[in-house]
Design a protein. Structure first.
Length: 285
């Protein structure tokens, strides 16, 4: 598998940063900083969380993500009303990014949103508990339940050799049926790699050829495998001189690389209370 034979993720469609180095990630709606997980490699732990509100608007992109910080399903049933409110603002595709905390809402969320992206990075149950702070079964059950809804369901996984090499086996053994597996490179914030190595991360996490081979293996158990459009674009730029074992340690393909304390992405914010159609939702948060 080469960079020219894989697809950008469905989630990347309509993203201004997909092909434009100066572009930002498509708009996001931030609802809460609350998160019951303690993921070692979470960028939100190393940046200043943005205030709740809408970052960007429909003129930037027809798609919006809920959300990049916090675990949105912790707000409960009010989350079911968010897609309709966002469509009222002019967005045409509403993506949910979650680790699948609220199992009881999984199918309803998959009927309310257009795309449900569920993160699962570590396959061994005991190690998953150490790295993420929650049981893996919760995420697996959410994935299976959400697949019964109308939304496209994506399993989003960060390439972590030594921690998820057997992801294809897990998908097959657990009977997980998704529309796409979205493979993402690890963003090496200070201290992240060292901490993950304590739990079994091996060398090669930053090697494009190995990431592509991991994606190829996943294509045997998923109807579609996607990678970040900006990452693939950067590989194309390096194509002339990149060897398969070339390290890609800085991952500049990720269009924003926040320093600790910096809110990202840098976009204009509209507070929740100023968004038409969010009055009832705010009262229930």
């Amino acid at each position: 598998m080469t960079s020219s034979s894989v697809n950008p993720s469905i989630h990347c469609e309509g993203c201004p940063g997909a092909r434009d180095p100066e572009g930002t990630h498509h708009p996001t709606l931030e609802l809460t900083h609350e998160c019951p997980y303690s993921c070692v490699h979470c960028y939100a732990r190393r940046t200043r969380p943005p205030e709740p509100g809408l970052y960007g608007d429909p003129s930037d992109s027809p798609a919006v993500t809920v959300s990049q910080y916090g675990e949105p399903t912790t707000i409960g049933e009010p989350l079911l009303e968010v897609p309709a409110a966002l469509r009222g603002l002019g967005f045409r595709r509403i993506d949910l990014q979650t680790r699948g905390y609220a199992i009881d809402l999984a199918e309803e969320l998959a009927d309310a949103f257009d795309l449900v992206m569920v993160s699962l990075d570590v396959t061994d149950p005991e190690t998953h508990l150490k790295v993420h702070g929650k049981d893996i079964d919760r995420t697996l059950k959410f994935l299976r339940t959400a697949s019964g809804g109308t939304a496209k369901v994506i399993l989003r996984t960060v390439y972590l050799p030594g921690l998820n090499d057997d992801m294809p086996d897990l998908i097959e053994e657990e009977g997980i049926h998704v529309d796409e597996v979205f493979v993402q490179p690890l963003i090496p914030f200070p201290g992240v790699v060292e901490e993950l190595k304590r739990y079994g991360l091996e060398e090669g996490w930053d090697v494009p050829g190995r990431i592509l081979r991991f994606a190829e293996r996943l294509s045997d158990v998923a109807p579609r495998v996607g990678l970040p459009a900006c990452w693939l674009d950067s590989l194309e730029a390096l194509k002339g001189y990149m060897e398969e074992e070339l390290g890609f340690v800085d991952l500049n393909s990720v269009r924003y690389r926040p320093e600790p304390g910096d809110p990202v992405p840098r976009r204009d914010r509209t507070p929740l209370e100023e968004l038409p159609g969010f009055e009832d939702i705010i009262e229930r948060l």
